[in-house]
Design a protein around this ligand. Structure first.
Ligand code: SF4
Length: 241
């Protein structure tokens, strides 16, 4: 029964290859300013911010880095203090011991092998301690041309609900999205999903009734009416957040 309902929902909205264009267009119209929420002024600050953002909110990271980046400006600065001092300085971001260790390991490797600079290539970023694929993708995308697609909790949830992937593993989800999303949209696509996921397609209670994608979404709740206008209006996410 459940399987046939899912199949019926997929038939109703049509193939994902035909939906991906309108999905991106509508979200781009809805969130023209969708961008990273972390605040940073240099590549080092970007890298540290993204490393600190694991398991916490961007708002929390910005609160901590506002002071942190006054004190630590170069890779050497992170190695010049005792580990415990760095732990204390980043404590409010949670998992501070692991994060402090990873940041120091990363700064050491940057100095030893990359002249103290953040490398450009995804492969090089992935060599840094504590830098997983999501962190590396965010850093690369923010510095220019994306070499992959960031998959965080929002991107994962929305990609699944929109029927863009059936995978659970972030690496496999990214592979599906790379096949589907035009390369020129790899930078902005995750931001659009993240913004929509925070405002409308919320994890516990998606607001399908005001969602601009509800006629394109196989997971639309039954009681929500289809075919919302693509932008604006009192019910739009912009108006309601
Ligand atoms: S219709 Fe509902 S489930 Fe689908 S993307 Fe919109 S809010 Fe999410």
């Amino acid at each position: 029964m459940a399987r046939s309902y899912v199949a019926e929902a997929r038939r109703r909205v049509g193939p994902k290859r035909e939906r991906i264009g309108p999905i991106i267009e509508r979200l781009a119209a809805e969130y023209p300013d969708a961008t990273i929420a972390l605040r940073f002024r240099s590549d080092i600050e970007l890298l540290v911010s993204v490393m600190l953002s694991a398991q916490t909110t961007d708002v929390n990271v910005n609160r901590v880095t506002k002071h942190l980046f006054q004190k630590y400006r170069t890779p050497e600065d992170y190695l010049a203090v005792p580990l415990e001092e760095l732990e204390d300085d980043i404590r409010p971001t949670g998992f501070f011991r692991q994060k402090a260790k990873a940041i120091r390991g990363t700064m050491k490797l940057l100095l030893e092998e990359y002249d103290g600079r953040v490398p450009d290539r995804l492969e090089d970023l992935l060599r840094l301690p504590g830098v997983a694929r999501k962190t590396a993708n965010v850093v690369v995308a923010e510095r220019g041309e994306a070499q992959g697609i960031v998959v965080d909790t929002h991107v994962r949830r929305l990609s699944q609900r929109l029927g863009l992937t059936r995978q659970e593993d972030p690496v496999k989800i990214e592979r599906d999205l790379q096949r589907l999303v035009p390369r020129c949209d790899w930078n902005r696509f995750p931001h659009l999903l993240i913004w929509h996921g925070r405002r409308v397609c919320i994890a516990r209670s998606p607001r399908c009734e005001i969602c601009v994608l509800n006629d394109l979404c196989p997971a639309r709740r039954a009681e929500a009416s289809p075919a919302m206008p693509p932008s604006g209006g009192a019910g739009s996410a912009r108006a309601s957040v």
